[in-house]
Design a protein around this ligand. Structure first.
Ligand code: GLA
Length: 525
């Protein structure tokens, strides 16, 4: 049975300007809350192929290639400059400046060019006094540098962990940059690169949009598999807006075509940021077809945001699965061994309910078949097969479009709505056998800013919230109060905030009812 439920509520919410905020304490910054990376970020970074050998032409040509090769159409967006882009010293005023030889027109000109292609530009620094390659980094200059990058039009920061730290802890150094970026004049995706140190799994989601879980990847199959083996320990830490990062892709770099396909399949299933690390300008047709496999990318971009994990292993073969938002399951059958092997699992083992048959979409062959329950493939050495398996009534192939809860598509109809609505709530519930995720978007349609808010709603019986983002939820069942975290404390007129949660359910997978904001009832349409 298809269990995707989509609904919206239009709610009469209180005009914030007219409502006193009754003792809502401003909570300390607890999350990046920048609205970015609701699905894992897709892009390119120069480091894996070019190291310090970078310049203006490479970045512009890569932006051109991202469009001309179909990567942009497949969803890739960020063109990211890594280490070695700046002068070896700051200018007289203390500001970072671009290397005049590598980037003679400066970074802003590059950003303008990249933006002109419909893409976004990323930059790099470190939470220490120097970058890993010895260039000036941002410790002690966080706000200055965040402001500089914003003024150039930067959209993404990869923030490394090299250089002297002046004895300041990792979580504090990264939180300082998070807060500096939040105060900068444009949204900047914050990609933490601290190689899994300082127990980043416990604070990464509160600080960045993604965080590296391991040391650097290399262009070798052994590097891919050793990083892979570190990932099961992280699976629970990620969620929409906050992703585990097993490092950039080596697709097309030193791996065979079979290995590249397996690497891409696994990184997609892990909800990894998919950041290509090859030379897009010269890539082979086969590398290009791997990177632009939209069936695989759709698994990575599934808006439910549940990370895949290793289900089972036997010798050198493994089964990895990811629950999809529509109730289907993405499955990777991996063969790490030296010769071809048959890798098998079953619909019930991957978590699908009993059914007389299942639909099986082969994400590399781009074909759809059926099975009575067995999921099996002859997989070459260092290869992977990848499927999306659906029970009766579930969608066989995931959509590449995230059904984000856009308020603009859920406007209340005039016949059921008052003329003036100070704000609007839309919600999307997405359920599978025993769990669900829900995203709620609150839009301020009133004339004044909402300064601090508290949204009360009633969960259907049997539902218990197990985790959430962009708000605190208390208690986890029955009548729940969602309070904004600090970033979303203020909602400007016409602006929206999105909050969301995961919950378990005991059969009733409907959405909550009886919304009220700051003590005033909301209408549920
Ligand atoms: C570290 C990072 C790499 C790369 C280099 C640049 O090693 O982990 O991804 O950014 O620094 O010097």
């Amino acid at each position: 049975m298809r269990r995707l439920l989509r609904w919206s509520v239009a709610a009469v919410l209180v005009a914030s300007g007219a409502v006193p905020i009754l003792g809502l304490a401003v909570e300390p910054a607890q999350a990046v809350e920048n609205g970015l990376a609701r699905t894992p970020q897709l892009g390119w970074n120069d480091w894996n192929s070019f190291g310090c050998n970078i310049n203006d032409s490479l970045v512009r040509q890569t932006a051109d290639a991202m469009v001309s090769t179909g990567m942009a159409a497949a969803g890739y967006q960020y063109v990211n400059i890594d280490d070695c882009w700046s002068d070896k010293s700051r200018d007289g005023a203390g500001n970072l400046v671009a290397d005049r030889v590598k980037f003679p027109s400066g970074i802003k000109a590059v950003a303008d060019y990249v933006h002109g292609k419909g893409l976004k530009l990323g930059i790099y620094s470190s939470a220490g006094l120097t970058t890993c390659a010895g260039y000036p980094a941002s410790l002690g200059n966080e706000q200055r540098d965040a402001n500089t990058w914003a003024s150039w039009g930067i959209d993404y920061l990869k923030y490394d962990n090299c250089g002297q730290t002046n004895g300041i802890s990792g979580p504090t150094r990264y939180a300082t940059m998070r807060d500096a970026l939040a105060r900068a004049s444009r949204p900047i995706l914050f990609a933490i690169c601290n190689w899994g140190s300082d127990d980043v799994r416990s604070w990464g989601a509160a600080t960045g949009n993604s965080w590296r879980t391991t040391g650097d990847i290399g262009p070798r199959w052994s590097s891919v598999t050793s990083i892979l083996d570190a990932q099961p320990g992280y699976a629970d830490a990620s969620r929409p807006g906050a992703w585990n990062d097993p490092d950039m892709l080596e697709v097309g770099n030193g791996l065979t075509e079979t290995e590249s396909r397996a690497h891409f399949s696994l990184w997609a299933l892990l909800n990894a940021p998919l950041i290509a690390g090859n030379d897009l300008r010269t890539m082979s047709a086969s590398t290009r077809s791997i990177l632009t496999n939209t069936d695989v990318i759709a698994v990575n971009q599934d808006w439910g945001g549940r990370q895949g994990n290793r289900l089972s292993g036997s010798g050198s073969t493994e089964v990895w699965t990811k629950p999809m938002a529509d109730g289907s399951v993405a499955v990777v059958l991996l063969n790490r061994g030296a010769s071809t092997a048959t890798v098998s699992t079953s619909a019930s083992a991957v978590g699908l309910k009993a059914a007389s048959g299942y639909s099986v979409r082969d994400l590399w062959a781009h074909t759809t078949g059926t099975t009575g329950g067995t999921i099996s493939s002859s997989v070459p050495s260092h290869g992977a097969a990848m499927y999306v398996v659906s029970g009766a009534g579930t969608s066989p192939s995931p959509s590449t479009t995230s059904p984000s809860p856009s308020p603009s598509t859920t406007s209340p109809s005039p016949s059921t709505s008052p003329v003036t609505r100070p704000c609007r709530v839309s919600a999307v519930v997405n359920a599978w056998n025993t769990g669900l995720t829900e995203q709620i978007t609150v839009t301020n349609t009133g004339p004044g800013a909402i300064e601090g808010w508290s949204l009360v709603f009633v969960l259907p019986g049997g539902q218990t919230i197990t985790g959430g983002w962009n708000a605190t939820y208390s208690p986890g069942s029955g009548q729940v109060t969602a309070k904004n975290l600090s970033y979303n404390g203020s909602i400007a007129p016409n602006a929206s905030v999105s909050i969301g949660f995961q919950a378990t359910h005991a059969g009733s997978a409907g959405g909550p009812a009886s919304f009220s904001l700051n003590g005033s009832n909301c209408t549920v349409a």
